[in-house]
Design a protein around this ligand. Structure first.
Ligand code: DC
Length: 224
């Protein structure tokens, strides 16, 4: 069974995807982590993220592995655990830039499909999991929330981690990343036609989780 969750940064999709995978005993696949791992390498090597050929060349030297962990996944780049290092705003932005290149997407989509098929029962989340990676997925969700609420969530998260960044700055970055993800030619961020839209703006995590879990259980019951 394949469950896809797509949506913009801060919509709650990662948290819910992890909770669902745990509850259902499914494999969790974080596709954004793979774009982030490539982005980290791009930064380390000093490559221009807008140069598609250079990024693709670099990808030939990259091995990305996702390993299930207590709180989601551990991400390995050529054997090195980069799970924490890829979670910065800067890497998110570079990830969004390299994700605009079709050749880059083709390589990662292929890897993501293989990971999903190997795992059998999966919750996979990202920007194109229901539209491109698994267009025939069993259940597709698309999470949304206002940019202000998403920025607020991110702000709290970073504050808790002790990082010093202003709300205004985060809001600006969220809007920039939305723009990059929604306007790219290849697989722009959008809901699949058969996706269930979940607006998380005014909902608590627990409400969203219960809502989504009920939809999945009803679907499972109806399909026998
Ligand atoms: O979900 P995230 O913030 O970790 O993703 C980082 C960037 O990677 C996102 O801004 C766009 C890109 N991405 C993508 O293009 N397709 C995906 N399936 C997942 C992420």
């Amino acid at each position: 069974m394949i469950i896809t969750i797509d949506g913009p940064a801060g919509s709650g999709k990662s948290t819910i995807a992890k909770m669902l995978a745990k509850e259902l005993g499914f494999t969790y696949i974080d596709t954004g982590a793979m774009y982030r791992a490539v982005a980290l390498m791009v930064k380390r090597e000093g490559i221009d993220p807008d140069n598609a050929n250079a990024v693709v060349e670099l990808m030939k030297k990259i091995q990305i592995d996702l390993k299930p962990a207590e709180n989601g996944v551990q991400v390995f780049l050529n054997g090195e655990d980069v799970s924490r290092e890829i979670r910065t705003e800067e890497i998110g932005k570079i990830a969004s830039k390299i994700a605009r290149h079709s050749e880059v997407r083709k390589i990662l989509v292929q890897m993501q499909r293989e990971l999903g098929l190997r795992a059998k029962n999966v919750v996979i989340e990202g920007r194109d999991t229901g539209t491109v990676i698994f267009p025939d997925a069993d259940i597709k969700f698309f999470f949304t929330a206002s940019p202000e609420v998403r920025a607020e969530r991110r702000y709290k998260e970073l504050k808790e981690k002790g990082l010093n960044i202003s709300y205004e700055e985060i809001l600006k970055e969220i809007k920039e990343r939305d723009h990059l993800d929604e306007t790219r030619k290849d697989s722009p961020l959008r809901p699949a036609e058969d996706a269930i839209i979940i607006d998380t703006t005014d909902k608590s995590l627990s409400d969203v989780f219960q809502n989504v879990l009920k939809i999945i259980k009803d679907r499972l019951k109806n399909s026998g």
